[in-house]
Write a protein that binds this ligand. Structure first.
Ligand code: DON
Length: 340
């Protein structure tokens, strides 16, 4: 924790804005058109049911913090949220138990290793490292309040539904397919247990985590969920304060450093936005104060990130000036220099 001692000053953020409706519509449609024929990458098959996805599916949705929505392609087709759930469960757990406890009990540093790495746990002497990799996500899910695993699961389902602004339901086929084949996640949970990292039965935590990954969403849901994080924790469609502005900020900081796993550096370098990906092909990127951008396309790169989704996000980040690290010289400074 870095104490800032800002008791007498209000914390604020510079946000800027998005262009008008027509331009947004054209750019979102353009992002889809530009990359629709890109056929690099493979559909995930380590969860057997995911292999049935049609590699041609592609949708792009943008929801601004005023609730306006811009969409192109298959934005209504549902798919399992997978790892994108980790971002929102992290936010709910932070809201429930606080920034310091999550920092201390899970961590906020990138592993530099794949999302399901066992070695990352060993190399870090049992630290799950961060809530975006499977080890840290299992540890985070276990911290979700609830008297029983069923209650913890229900709190996650309703919490993620508040982010989406509609009741999200479990995709039973995905859940059953994954729970029968996720020996690796069970092994990671047992390994964490051996380091004394669980206060609950680790296999119950795996079960809840598998359910959260199996929630069915579409690209528009993801864009609304992202827009909620962009909007100080307020869902721009329902007006509900889902998490505090501080928790939304902390979640975005973690997404910037860990959201695309070992490719997070490349993503930030190219796109400059906090984001989270999932193996069924979703990506949600967040532009603080502006909106949430979501893509769905099942072809993945070797780190498990949607290939077309990354390209579409890069295009829109540039076209809309969303990169958090971009700046233009102040006009006054430019004039002074020119007059010298
Ligand atoms: O635990 C798993 O392996 C999946 N339920 C989620 C992995 C995932 O989405 C990784 N993302 N790219």
């Amino acid at each position: 924790m870095f104490e800032t001692d800002l008791t007498d000053v209000e914390q604020s953020a510079f946000t800027g804005g998005l262009p008008g409706e027509e331009r947004l519509e054209a750019l979102v449609a353009g992002a889809l058109r530009r990359y629709a024929d890109l056929d690099e990458g493979q559909v995930a098959d380590y969860i057997p049911v995911l292999a049935a996805a049609d590699p041609r599916w592609f949708g792009v949705a943008l929801v601004a913090v005023d609730g306006s929505t811009y969409a192109a392609g298959e934005v209504a087709r549902t798919f399992s949220i997978q790892s994108i759930s980790k971002a929102f469960v992290f936010a709910l757990v932070c809201e429930a138990i606080g920034h310091e406890d999550v920092h201390e009990q899970v961590g906020v540093n990138n592993t530099g290793l794949p999302f399901n790495s066992v070695m990352a746990v060993e190399l870090n002497r049992g630290s799950p490292m961060n809530s975006m990799v499977n080890a840290g996500a299992l540890a985070t899910t276990a911290l979700m309040p609830g008297a029983t695993p069923a209650e913890q699961w229900e709190n996650i389902r309703t919490g993620l539904s508040r982010f989406a602004g509609r009741a999200l339901e479990l995709d039973g086929a995905v859940y059953h397919s994954e729970i029968l084949t996720n020996q690796r996640n069970k092994a990671i949970a047992r390994l964490l247990e051996s380091y004394g990292r669980f206060d609950m039965d680790p296999l119950d935590a795996v079960d809840i985590y598998t359910r959260q990954c199996s929630l069915a969403v579409n690209a528009t849901d993801l864009a609304v969920m992202g827009a909620t994080l962009a909007d100080g924790g307020v869902n721009p469609r329902t007006g509900e304060q889902v998490v505090s502005a501080e928790v939304a900020r902390d979640t975005l900081a973690l997404l910037a450093s860990c959201g695309l796993y070992e490719r997070s550096g490349e993503w930030l370098f190219e796109i400059g936005l906090p984001a989270k990906s999932g193996v069924s092909g979703g990506i949600v990127a967040v532009s603080p104060g502006k909106g949430g951008l979501a893509t769905f396309s099942p072809r993945l790169d070797t780190a498990g990130n949607s290939v077309r989704g990354q390209r579409a996000c890069a295009y829109l980040s540039r076209a809309l000036g969303l990169n958090l690290f971009a700046s233009a010289a102040h006009p006054a400074a430019r004039t002074t220099k020119e007059n010298r």
